[in-house]
Design a protein around this ligand. Structure first.
Ligand SMILES: Nc1ncnc2c1ncn2[C@@H]1O[C@H](COP(=O)(O)OP(=O)(O)OP(=O)(O)O)[C@@H](O)[C@H]1O
Length: 324
């Protein structure tokens, strides 16, 4: 039995608050999404803002009912057996606001342990273990209010483990974290899967994160899965030697698309006035694109063939860049 099984999942939201005698307009956030996650797998949903990642997670964690299709977690239907699902899962939501800022780290976990009916002695043991694991034991009596964003996220993860869930859902777990905290969260999640045998489904719009962490990745765009595979296989969708990086001067980033649709800006150094452009270009196209850049007034500093990343895969599949 897979840990998660999603079949032709659909979700529409009303575009605005419905008014009487006005036809309701719908936004189709999910247009028939299907995938399976095996037990002990670290699975990523990767896509740009608004792709439908949070909607998928909300349905899988029973917070939202689908408009169509079905989903099962550990064999239980998320609509008709929601209680069974909830008992066995937990969620770290995007922009964690479910901690009580006026309580201490310890009090938060104590409270959430009681919600899950964790027996008192067991709860004490688990809280201590979890706070030690996320490096907050020394700060257990401090109010969450005074915690940094990274500390809050670590506590949110500890909170999500309080019921010892088999499946853990993480919505953008490193969004807005400083580099050090993001590394901690990634390593911690990896350990949960590799050492504790948990199943993790995470969403992210950081390609590098998905590429490094996940066993398999579903790339989601406009409510549809457009590719699903291991990071290595996904990268094979872009032929070897096809990705180029072009460093230019004297070109504004807004002008790049006008020069060539296939180019995206992957880096910018405002102090030097340089841009790094990327594109999937074969041998014939490359000189033409360089010529167009020069015609547009750019000074081409270097042209280099590079290893494709998941970003290049996304661009190849959608014609757009993944970043905001
Ligand atoms: N409550 C809602 N009412 C109306 N439309 C919504 C609602 N929630 C989401 N949407 C729309 O559904 C689509 C998918 O949103 P969703 O939040 O699932 O995307 P996402 O991939 O998680 O993006 P993000 O990373 O920005 O959260 C978007 O077009 C969004 O505007």
């Amino acid at each position: 039995m897979p840990a998660i099984e999603v079949n032709d999942l659909r979700k529409s939201y009303p575009k605005r608050i419905p008014l009487p005698f006005r036809p309701v307009e719908w936004v189709e956030a999910l247009k028939g999404v299907s995938f399976k996650v095996e037990k002990g797998e670290l699975f990523g949903l990767l896509g740009p803002n608004g792709a439908g990642k949070t909607t998928t997670i909300k349905i899988l964690t029973t917070l939202l009912e689908p408009s169509g299709g079905s989903a099962k977690v550990l064999g239980y239907d998320v609509v008709t057996q929601a209680r069974e699902v909830r008992r066995r899962i937990n969620l770290v939501a995007e922009g964690e606001r479910t901690l009580y800022w006026r309580l201490s780290a310890y009090e938060n976990l104590r409270y959430f342990a009681s919600i899950y009916y964790v027996p008192k002695d067991e709860a004490e043991k688990r809280i201590r273990e979890l706070l030690q694991l996320v490096g907050l034991w020394e700060r257990r009596n401090d109010l969450v209010m005074g915690f940094s964003r990274g500390m809050k996220q670590r506590l949110a993860i500890a909170k999500a483990l309080i019921n010892d869930p088999e499946v853990l859902f993480l919505d953008e777990p490193t969004l807005g974290l400083d580099v050090q905290s993001a590394v901690f969260v990634r390593e911690f999640v990896e350990r949960l899967v590799r050492e504790e045998g948990k199943t993790v489904l995470l969403t992210t719009h950081y390609m590098a994160e998905a590429e490094k962490l996940c066993d398999r990745i579903a790339i989601i765009d406009h409510g549809r899965i457009i590719a699903l595979d291991t990071p290595e296989n996904l990268k094979k969708l872009v032929s070897e030697g096809e990705t180029v990086e072009i460093r230019v001067k004297n070109l504004r980033s807004e002008k790049v698309k006008a020069v060539d649709e296939r180019l995206t800006v992957s880096g910018e150094d405002p102090t030097r006035g340089t841009l790094v452009l990327r594109g999937n270009l074969d041998e014939e196209d490359l000189p033409k694109v360089v010529e167009s850049l020069i015609k547009a007034g750019a000074k081409v500093l270097s042209v280099e063939r590079v290893e494709p990343t998941l970003e290049d895969v996304f661009i190849k599949l959608t014609g757009r860049a993944l970043r905001d």
